[in-house]
Ligand binder design. Structure first.
Ligand code: SAM
Length: 383
């Protein structure tokens, strides 16, 4: 059972929980009785987490004050893991991975190839949705770390993930007995794994060197869909050449430009308000002229009598904010019930997505029509 894919109610000793400190500060913790999670809001005891439902808020009193510091303890998901995992490489974030998976129609019957594994960010999302994930990493330390992590997170135990130490550009994707892989060849008859892959994701510096090695491992009966994740357009260019050379079709390159929208309220500004404001300007002008005239007649114009003017101002309080929703006058708090507001959305400037070019292509190896299957499919439309 993987904590990432199966719903769990209560936190137990040994569970992985993600401590939510703020929107951009999420920390993974393995719960151990007697240990403490130190934050700038205070020290949170792991024993306070045991037995609590996932999603709970844990609060502690800040030393020497009456204030409380709190965190939320969440169940891990591939999306939350992507924003909390220890980075060993650049990673693929959810705005890209979710788009890629839906474009490749990744589903529980999919057999996915992923190279390289890197920090395992995308691997968790693939492992949750796919039938089987074959992940490859040529950096030995990263391979060992990812294998260990997949094991702790239950990806290997669930049986749908295999990680292999391999340079896929040099040595291809086939997995045979004796290779450095998480798969155990327990059946003496089994000498190699049947990959039969229909989704291929390449996050490599030189995907064009790996593409020629795919033919022997992609599905012969089903359409295979490929996605190459490349930050530079020069890489895309080389990939396109090799895709064409090796018979890949429906080639398309796209880029995800992630934007996060923030819901806000904006004051409604009406024509009547504008007219009222102009009338107010005119009224003040007239009042000012009349005041000047009176002062002239009293002989107090020129060097102004400050006291007289001040007391004059006191006697006429300005009404400016009552009909001036145009930014002048006193500051109006967003949502102030004396004004009318409308909901708007504004773009937040920051979003975590590593925007690379995504090149999609597909390939059908066996073009033979299965007449029997077509007949039975068409029969379902009769009547
Ligand atoms: N997609 C990953 C994630 O979301 O965490 C990040 C992948 S990272 C950018 C690229 C990885 O590919 C690196 O760990 C690198 O060691 C590995 N790599 C590069 N060339 C490779 C090759 N020829 N065969 C296997 N792995 C390779």
């Amino acid at each position: 059972m993987s904590q990432f894919f199966d719903y769990k109610d209560l936190i137990k000793e040994g569970d992985l929980v993600l401590a939510w400190l703020s929107r951009d500060n999420l920390k993974p913790i393995t719960v151990k009785d007697g240990e403490v999670f130190n934050t700038r809001y205070g020290a949170f005891s792991h024993s306070d987490m045991i037995g609590k439902p996932f999603g709970s808020q844990i609060a502690i009193r800040t030393k020497g004050s009456n204030r409380y510091g709190f965190i939320h303890i969440l169940q891990p998901t591939p999306e939350l893991w992507s924003i909390s995992l220890p980075h060993r490489t650049q990673i693929v974030y959810t705005p890209d991975s979710s788009y890629i998976m839906q474009r490749m129609q990744c589903n529980p019957s999919s057999r996915v190839i992923e190279a390289g594994t890197g920090s395992g960010s995308f691997s968790h999302a693939f492992a949750r949705s796919a039938g089987h994930l074959f992940s490859y990493e040529f950096h030995e330390v990263r391979y060992e770390q990812a294998k260990q992590e997949f094991n702790v997170h239950g990806l290997l135990e669930s049986g749908n993930t295999t990680i292999t130490h391999r340079d896929v550009c040099k040595d291809g994707f086939e997995i045979k007995k004796g290779d450095t892989t998480s798969h155990t060849f327990s059946d003496p008859e089994e000498t190699k794994m049947d990959l039969n892959a229909d989704c291929i994701f390449l996050d490599l510096p030189a995907p064009w060197e790996a593409i020629p090695n795919l033919n022997s491992v992609i599905s012969k009966e089903r359409k295979a869909t490929l996605c190459c994740f490349s930050p530079c357009i020069e890489q895309v260019d080389k990939t396109l050449e090799v895709l064409e050379e090796h018979g890949w079709q429906d080639v398309q390159t796209v880029e995800i430009q992630g934007r996060q929208y923030e819901a806000r309220r904006q004051m409604v500004r009406r024509l009547d308000d504008a007219i009222e404001r102009l009338k107010d300007v005119k009224r003040r002008k007239t009042e000012g002229l009349e005041k000047r005239q009176a002062e002239k007649e009293r002989g107090t114009d020129g060097i102004l009598n400050v006291e007289a003017i001040d007391s004059n101002q006191d006697s006429k309080p300005t009404e400016k904010t009552h009909f001036n929703p145009f930014g002048k006058g006193t500051r109006v708090k967003e949502g102030d019930s004396s004004f009318e507001w409308t909901q708007v959305s504004k773009v937040e400037s920051e979003i975590k997505s590593h925007t690379s070019f995504l090149t999609f292509a597909s390939k059908i190896i066996d073009h033979t029509r299965d007449e029997e299957q077509i007949k039975s499919y068409l029969a379902t439309f009769k009547d």
